[in-house]
Design a protein around this ligand. Structure first.
Ligand code: AGP
Length: 603
């Protein structure tokens, strides 16, 4: 969804700017570019490709300048071409802009600007801002005024950064529904789509809010409201994340590193201040109607939460995908929506949050990124503390969110009297085993799973099946598989299979079945009947389960025995590893799969 970086400094900025867009590559990586101000004016270098490869052709780090803006692109308007990459210039070359978001009225603005004689170099919506500012500068002869006048004309979502030859020591930036964060350094100030952009240089951060803009110099800055021009005094937040944790630490990919970090991330989730979970359970109890809301992986985590609340607390909380929330939900002023999001910046999820707020309902959030829009906008926020998740494919954030949802379900069960303090304590003590068990799954099974992945990576169609709580796990496993391997993978409940999809089963369609432990008698039997149905039609079945049933499965990944309450926390990890190793064997771009971005900030 595009990443924006900016640096203003008393020292040359090219290295820091380059590193900024490297850190932001997870937000989009089809093209990138930089714009610097130096004695000869604005220099723009950009091209298609990853940041490192563009650096080879365009030598991004070799430009002199103390003020610069940069961009990584995830195309929305206009194909992936050099001309469509950012930064974009005004006709006269006095202004350069980078943009994240979508300008919904850009066609009308472009027609109007063309009538005034402007020529456009790209097919993007973003370029209109550069021309608009040029146009307003002609009248106002004041860059800040021209910038805010231009912002007043654009509709949609944006984070903009602009530099101008008329104000050589400054960056102008603004935010409306797309994230933008300032970093306050020593004789250097920074700008980024998130604080990871500049975390190696400063941990002091200012989060811009919608409708605000900032003017940033090397040793000073101010923030104002776009509409009124009123100064806004923004608090500085000190970020506790260690920049080292956002490095690969010897792992070949962030995905593998983050899979391995899951036990620790879960320990952090279990160690959070319990008050956050207690408050969430109370909010659920007080509301007439609750929803669990997320999208992609976090929708599946919400579905897992739906089962956890039903199983443990006898409380039905429907999960709704945030992209459909406004089409489906009918919230009232006594509704509660619980949002789940790694980034806290996902457009659809924020849109659903605005929807529930408009209805007068309340909101809670389980979120990983500090200071993100969701974290700041929700009435009650639980920061999950999983540390930076860099790979586009979510792993550790999701399993930690599952832990928090289980804690909330147990707390609710206790509040309603379904679980005594002792019973709740017993499950919680058992829960503390999960990280250790996951560690064993990773250590004991990785090589076996790698072998399976190498053996079967030529198979193009995959079905992932589960029943009960193992059903949303199957959906999430299939999502992992398709996003990182680019193979067709479908997740489904075992019961649903007979209602159509069974016709696809043959020797070319492989199925992975997530099998519950035998103690879950009914669920186990029902799952095994799905396996029988597939085998009867010549299908190949890999089992991920806790019991050895050699006759039925063609292959089995065996998991350590744990209590039936904890068992559902294990199968996702071998599924993630399988997806990873298949992708590795197919030589995919694992951390940045094609066409995807980590934080989807457009509708
Ligand atoms: C997960 O692997 C995906 N990259 C994607 O589905 C993601 O979960 C979704 O875009 C939601 O993101 P969020 O958690 O940052 O809101």
């Amino acid at each position: 969804m595009c990443g924006i970086a900016g640096v203003v400094s008393s020292q040359p900025v090219s290295d820091r700017l380059f590193r900024g867009i490297k850190n932001l590559e997870y937000r989009g990586y089809d093209s990138c570019g930089v714009a610097y101000l130096n004695s000869s004016g604005i220099v723009v270098r950009k091209n298609i490709g990853y940041v490192d490869s563009v650096n080879v052709t365009e030598r991004l780090c070799e430009i002199e300048g103390h003020v610069g803006i940069a961009h990584t692109r995830w195309a929305t308007h206009g194909r992936v071409t050099k001309a469509n990459s950012h930064p974009h210039m005004s006709c006269n070359g006095d202004f350069a802009v980078v943009h994240n978001g979508i300008i919904s009225n850009y066609r009308g603005l472009r027609d109007e600007l063309r009538m005034q004689g402007h020529e456009f170099a790209s097919d993007t919506d973003s370029e209109v801002l550069a021309h608009l500012v040029e146009e307003y500068y002609r009248v106002t002869e004041d860059v800040e005024k021209a910038f805010t006048e231009a912002l007043g004309r654009v509709e949609g979502s944006y984070a903009f950064a602009l530099i101008s030859t008329h104000e050589p020591g400054k960056i102008f930036c603004a935010r409306c529904k797309s994230p933008l964060v300032m970093g306050i350094g020593n004789k250097s100030n920074y700008l980024g789509s998130d604080f990871i952009t500049f975390l190696s240089y400063t941990r002091k951060v200012i989060f811009l809010d919608d409708g605000e803009y900032a003017v940033i110099c090397g040793d000073d800055y101010y923030t104002k409201k776009i509409e009124s021009g009123e100064l806004v005094d923004k608090p500085i937040t000190e970020i506790s994340w260690d920049p080292e944790t956002s490095k690969k630490n010897g792992y070949p990919h962030y995905m593998l590193k983050e899979i391995h970090e899951q036990p620790n991330a879960m320990v952090s989730a279990m160690g959070l201040d319990n008050q956050g979970v207690v408050e969430l359970a109370r909010m659920i109890l007080d509301a007439d109607q609750c929803f669990l809301v997320g999208v992609g992986t976090t929708y599946y985590v919400s579905l897992i939460g739906q089962y956890l609340f039903s199983i443990h607390a006898d409380h039905f909380i429907p999960a709704v995908s945030s992209d459909e929330f406004t089409n489906l939900a009918k919230p009232t002023n006594n509704s509660l929506a619980i949002f789940v999001s790694q980034s806290g910046e996902t457009y659809d999820t924020l849109n659903a949050l605005r929807f529930i707020k408009e209805a007068g309902g309340s909101s809670a959030a389980i979120v990983n990124v500090m200071g993100s829009s969701l974290a700041r906008m929700a009435d009650h926020t639980i920061m999950q503390g999983s540390g930076p998740e860099i790979c586009v494919v979510s792993t550790k954030a999701a399993t930690s969110q599952m832990i928090i949802l289980l804690q909330a379900a147990l707390e609710l069960a206790h509040l309603t009297g379904k679980l005594s303090r002792g019973e709740k304590g017993e499950i919680e003590r058992a829960m503390s085993e999960i990280p250790g068990r996951i560690n064993s799954v990773i250590n004991d099974n990785s090589e076996f799973i790698r072998g399976l992945a190498n053996k079967y990576s030529h198979i193009k169609n995959w079905l992932w099946l589960g029943r009960g709580l193992y059903y949303p796990l199957a959906l999430e496993s299939a999502l992992k598989m398709k996003e990182v391997t680019y193979l067709h993978a479908e997740g489904m409940s075992g019961g649903f299979l007979k209602h159509g999809t069974l016709s696809l089963i043959d020797e070319d369609m492989y199925t992975v079945v997530l099998v519950p432990p035998k103690e879950e008698e009914d669920l186990y039997q029902l799952t095994m009947s799905s396996v029988e149905e597939i085998k009867a039609r010549g299908g190949f079945v890999i089992g991920i389960g806790f019991d050895h049933d050699e006759d039925l499965f063609d292959e089995i990944i065996l998991l350590p025995k744990v209590s039936r309450f904890l068992a559902p926390f294990l199968p996702l990890v071998p599924a993630q590893l399988f997806a990873y190793f298949v992708a590795l064997s197919l030589d995919r771009e694992i951390d940045k799969p094609k066409s995807l971005a980590k934080s989807v900030t457009v509708p």
